[in-house]
Every structure is written in C-alpha cells, then in structure tokens.
Design a protein around this ligand. Structure first.
Ligand SMILES: [Fe+2]
Length: 327
C-alpha cells in the first residue's frame, strides 16, 4: 500500500515541548520560527555578531524533532516590502537549517511587516499589512524567492495574510497572485484558513470565493488557528481553538489538495494554560481525522508517508523523497 497523507503538527513555541511530552504520537512534525530562536542585533552589528541564538533552544528542537518532519516558518523577511532581501538574515536561516539537519521546507508570509520610512530603516509595522497585487509586486517577490531558493535549496511556501479591511481595485486577487507564483514554479501556497475567516469577518473576500479561486495543486500546507473580537474587528490572535466555520471549510476543501504536505495548528503560548493540554490534544486528534481524508498524490508532488496509525500510537519517522530535498 503506497498511501500518503499530510503530516499533522504544530507551529513550535515554548509550550510545544509540553504538548509533545503528553501527546507526542499526535505530532508528526513541527515548524520552527528561526526569528524566534535568536536575538537579532541588527544590520549595524559587527560582522558575525548580529544573530545570537537563544541558549539551549536549538538543542531542544534537535531532541524533539528526532523522528519527526522539521520545517521552518519565517516571520522576519517581509518579502513584499520594497527593499532588498536581507541576505545576512537568509544566511542565518540557512545556517540554522544546516545545524538542525535540514528544514524540509521554508514558508514566509505574503504580507508587509517592514515599512522603510524616514529615519528608521526597517520599522516594524506591528502587524502584517496587505500587498498591492500587481505585476510590480510579483516581480519584486519573484526576484527574492529565486534568491531565497538558491540560498536555502528547499521548497518555499508563501502564506496568505490576515487582513482587517478589504483592499479594493487591485490588479489581481490574492489567490490569483498565489496561483501565479505556483505556476511560475516560485512557491507553493501555505493556506491559512483562519486567515481567510479573518478576511471574511472583516468585510473582505468570502472563504468560499477564495477557496474556489485558489489552485488546489498550489496548496502544500494548511494553517488552522483561532482568534477573537477586538474593537470591532475579528483578530488573528491565535488565542484559541479553530472556529467551526474554519473546520467546515478545511474538511470541505483539504481533500482536494493533492500536494498537501502538512496541517498545522497555530496557537500563542500565552494562551496555552487557558486552552489546556486536553484542548490542544483534541484539536490535534481532529486534525488527524482531516489528514486521513487527504490522499497526497506521490506523482509528482511531495510525499510524506503516513503509516496506518492506531489511536494515540507514535507515528513512524517521516522520510524525505527525491522530490522533497531539505534545506
Ligand atoms: Fe498562519
């Protein structure tokens, strides 16, 4: 039997070791955020002294990733910003990948986090700002993705943003932009279905319209998460469990994504106590039910073996295929 299903896992945070200790059999994989595993002293830092890794963090990831798929999820490159790619930052990601045995894939956001303006060279926007989807933005991002791929050498994914207001009169919709990146062989899509819910709740494109337009073969990872209401907006706060509306869309559409590598739950560690370990475990169990409905096409897409798994049994170590080089 050569059946393959997406891996189920977590975006790694300080609460992840506790979840893995209590329900390791449910965590096939996790994605680390390199940006959260170092202190960045900025481009003005002395050569070789810019990035200081958090003490012990890598060793713990190394220990927990044994027998699991390990990917990386960046938050600091701000690829759509009209500024050059931060080469030193990318080099630091590549070095971390090397030290951890190779990230299976690397994802980043299709949102603007850095806003060069005035006396501050790289000001943090504080939240992901939308991109104007036009040819100019495509060329800018395409150039950076090519460079990133050369340096990291593994598959790249871009994640749809969580936006709080519709942005009218764009040349392309976001799914059309992501489809174009996929068609050009530049990146797959990390489809955050909760981000789609955020957009719909805040007056943007409906989840149904978005999911109708996205190329199902572009989608290689799904994010699930929960949020809450604040000041008249629905926020992508990762403060709780996946809402029923998001689950409904996930179950309706994920089985169409025949290149799906992974289904990932995102939560903020500060909410872990409130959510409870049992709650996170229930979320992972439901994700496995979803993964079992998704049959990944081994030709020519990525393939992550997913053995028959009795409830709560430890998943067999995942292995790479020739189509799936690690960074
Ligand atoms: Fe996400």
């Amino acid at each position: 039997m050569n059946d393959a299903h997406p891996a189920v896992g977590l975006l790694y945070n300080p609460a992840s070791p506790d979840v893995i200790a209590k329900a390791g059999s449910l965590v096939d994989y996790f994605a680390v955020m390199p940006d959260r595993m170092w202190f960045d002293f900025g481009a003005q830092a002395e050569s070789g002294r810019r990035f200081h890794r958090a003490l012990g963090a890598l060793a713990e990831v190394q220990r927990l990733s044994r027998g699991r798929v390990l990917a990386a999820h960046g938050i600091g490159l701000s690829l759509p910003s009209a500024m050059p790619l931060d080469e030193a930052f990318v080099d630091a990601i590549a070095a971390m990948s090397h030290d951890l045995g190779g990230f299976r894939w690397f994802s980043e956001h299709l949102s603007v986090f850095l806003t060069p303006k005035g006396s501050v060279p790289n000001a943090q926007a504080g939240l992901g700002l939308p991109v104007a989807y036009d040819d100019e933005a495509f060329d800018l991002i395409a150039h950076k993705l090519r460079r990133l791929r050369d340096k990291l050498g593994c598959p790249l994914l871009l994640e749809n943003g969580a936006f709080f207001t519709p942005v009218p009169d764009m040349d392309m919709s976001e799914p059309a932009f992501l489809n174009r990146l996929h068609a050009a062989g530049l990146s797959g899509t990390l489809l955050d279905i909760h981000n789609l819910y955020v957009g719909e709740r805040n007056g943007g494109m409906t989840m149904a319209a978005y999911l109708d337009e996205i190329d199902p073969d572009a989608v290689e990872e799904i994010h699930l998460a929960g949020g809450d209401d604040f000041a008249g907006f629905y926020m992508d706060s990762h403060s709780g469990f996946t809402p029923p509306e998001v689950w409904e869309m996930a179950f309706a559409h994920a089985p169409r994504f025949r290149r799906l590598r992974a289904i990932t739950f995102e939560f903020q560690e500060t909410y872990y106590e409130r959510m409870g370990t049992a709650g996170v475990i229930a979320e992972l169990e439901r994700m496995h039910e979803l993964a079992d409905l998704c049959h990944v096409d081994p030709q020519p897409g990525p393939r992550i073996p997913h053995p028959a798994r009795p409830a709560r049994a430890r998943a067999t170590p995942q292995v790479a295929t020739e189509a799936d080089h690690a960074c």
